[in-house]
Design a protein around this ligand. Structure first.
Ligand SMILES: [Cu+2]
Length: 225
């Protein structure tokens, strides 16, 4: 009992102390603050602010002058050059082939990063690695690579749509399909290795994505050369 009372007392004391402490200091602080801080702040602030403003203005002026003059001209020229270069590159991007293999990318903007693949004539087999560099899931922005002759592409894409997601949007056991990968989503990759014999005739062949609606944008030429 004594202990409890003591504790209670102590608690009360602490509580009171706490309350008292809280009650007391705030007013003092409040009182003190307005008296001290504001008085000090205005007195100091203007000076500091003024100093800061001056410095800032100088810096800003200097900064404005520099970027305005030098980089502007340089940046414009550079930007134009870069833009032209990028546009040119994008328009005619050929896949980089190493040995009998290449890696191409599909992204969340429904694009392949290349629009042509040239298979070295010495390759009896060729491997295409597909990397989905986006983040969207397979169901929303799935990509694959299907290879057909140019004349079969539209029909195969249509039949792939009918085949559905369970068949990777590719018609099953279809001789028109020379090669195809699974459909993948963002962050995933897949690969297919196929015989080039059917493409050695010098005909026109296409690689495309058969995910619904994608073949209009995601396509390119593939040839043995
Ligand atoms: Cu696609």
């Amino acid at each position: 009992m004594n202990i409890k009372i003591t504790l209670l007392t102590a608690s009360c004391a602490l509580a009171l102390a706490a309350c008292g402490g809280n009650d007391a200091p705030p007013p003092q602080d409040t009182t003190a603050t307005p008296a001290t801080a504001p008085a000090t702040t205005p007195g100091t602030a203007p000076g500091t602010a003024a100093g800061g403003m001056d410095t800032g203005t100088d810096a800003a002026t200097a900064g404005t002058t520099t970027p305005g003059t030098t980089p502007a001209g340089t940046t414009d020229a550079g930007a134009t050059g870069a833009a032209s270069g990028a546009a040119t590159t994008t328009a005619g991007d050929a896949a980089e082939v190493t040995g009998c293999e290449t890696t191409i990318e599909g992204n969340d903007a429904m694009q392949f990063n290349v629009n042509s693949i040239t298979i070295p004539a010495s390759c009896n087999e060729f491997t295409i690695n597909l990397e989905h560099t986006g983040q969207l899931p397979e169901a929303a922005m799935g990509h694959n690579v299907v290879i057909t002759s140019e004349s079969d592409m539209q029909a195969v894409a249509a039949d792939g749509l009918s085949a559905g997601a369970d068949n990777e949007y590719v018609p099953q056991d279809d001789d028109r399909v020379l090669a195809f990968t699974d459909i993948i989503g963002g962050g995933e990759s897949t690969s297919v290795t196929f015989s080039t014999s059917a493409m050695q005739d010098g005909g026109n062949y296409m690689f495309f994505c058969s995910f619904p609606g994608h073949s209009a944008l995601m396509k390119g030429t593939i040839s043995v050369g």
